[in-house]
Design a protein around this ligand. Structure first.
Ligand SMILES: [Zn+2]
Length: 365
């Protein structure tokens, strides 16, 4: 199929007018008569780097549910997913031309009673972490997902979010994953989890709500991006209320991070940390939420122009994916208007083109 895209094509370093798609790839000059024409503002497909395909509220889900999740993401223009931990085998998705591309992180790695039940591979012995990280590195697509902190309920009234792993074990674990050729990202809410992760050579940070100014500066210096998951962090007040009476210190800790969440978001951006687009869908947040997450960045104070770049070509470059260069994969989204002027435009794609083919379930023309 040969498509003619008439309109503005936005991507890394260049704004062009018009492009063609042939055999699933982008062409900057006309390869021949087009079978169809789509007009509008064209962006490289959105990226969701914190998305869990194959995860539901109670853990693993059947393939038909994973399929519906991936389609919900796709229909909002998310065409590349870094799956930030999934208990289901979603390898079959790779054989489906109509579903987004997935870069897997294997399973979440946690400890018993120190994460959401049913989600993670839970290690009884903390010393088993390096072996588990190496194994998940080999099972995934170049990433490993670690749960670095969670509430420790065994502390009773003193319970709060605390690190799961001793610093030396963490360093060995990250080294083992690196040796197996994978990058490591970690779930962190707390302040205490960050220094050991930085010392261990972590590659990426999820949530990052507890990072202080020094840790933010250090992450910026090392080029470590942060996935701010604002929809999830907006829930912290609720988490605090739910834990409140039994775990007052936890409630206090979560509420303090909730109160400064927009300040934190801007602090990352102003320090020069690359913000990564992540919905944290799966579990409790519905798939297809990325446009809402990106709109939330704008209400949090990040300019829409930056958000559009970060959610598309910047994130794709970070993951090693194409950005609509000549001959690159034609995974793209078309909008009626420029989302840099109104970020909510992202929630209304005119057409989603995956592997050079318009996806049928969204309107096109
Ligand atoms: Zn998550």
């Amino acid at each position: 199929m040969r498509l003619h895209l008439t309109g503005t094509v936005l991507s890394a370093g260049a704004t062009r007018s018009g492009a063609w798609v042939e055999d699933g790839r982008v062409a900057w000059s006309q390869p021949g008569p087009a079978d169809a024409e789509i007009s509008g503002v064209v962006l490289p497909g959105l990226v969701d780097v914190h998305c869990h395909v194959g995860l539901g509220e109670r853990g693993a889900v059947p393939p038909e549910v994973s399929e519906a999740q991936a389609m919900a993401d796709r229909d909002t223009g998310v065409l590349l997913i870094r799956d930030a931990g999934s208990p289901s085998d979603t390898r079959w998705v790779d054989g489906r031309a109509d579903l987004p591309r997935i870069i897997r992180s294997g399973r979440h790695i946690a400890r018993p009673r120190r994460y959401i039940p049913g989600f993670a591979e839970e290690l009884d012995d903390v010393g088993a972490l390096p072996e588990a990280m190496a194994r998940n590195a080999r099972a995934g697509d170049g990433w490993v997902k670690l749960v670095a902190d969670w509430i420790d309920r065994s502390e009773g009234a003193e319970a709060r979010v605390r690190p799961l792993w001793p610093a030396d074990v963490l360093a060995d674990g990250v080294a083992a994953a690196h040796e197996a050729g994978a990058r490591v990202t970690a779930h962190t809410f707390s302040h205490e989890a960050i220094d050991p992760l930085l010392e261990a050579g972590i590659d990426c940070i999820e949530h990052g709500t507890g990072m202080d100014a020094d840790q933010i500066a250090e992450a910026a210096r090392r080029g470590i991006p942060v996935t701010p998951t604002m929809i999830q962090v907006d829930n912290f007040a609720e988490f605090a209320a739910a834990g409140g009476r039994r775990y007052p210190r936890y409630a206090e800790q979560m509420l303090a991070m909730w109160e400064r969440r927009d300040v934190q978001l801007r602090a990352f951006h102003e320090a020069g940390i690359q913000l990564l687009p992540g919905s944290d869908a799966g579990g409790t947040i519905p798939h297809g939420s990325l446009p809402d997450e990106l709109a939330r960045w704008v209400t949090g104070g990040i300019p829409a122009t930056d958000v559009v770049a970060l959610a598309t070509w910047r994130a794709r470059e970070y993951l090693g994916a194409g950005t609509l260069g000549e001959g690159e994969l034609a995974d793209l989204v078309v909008y009626d208007e420029d989302p840099r002027g109104d970020i909510t435009v992202l929630s209304r794609p005119r057409a989603v083109v995956l592997r050079g083919v318009p996806v049928s379930s969204v309107r096109s023309g």
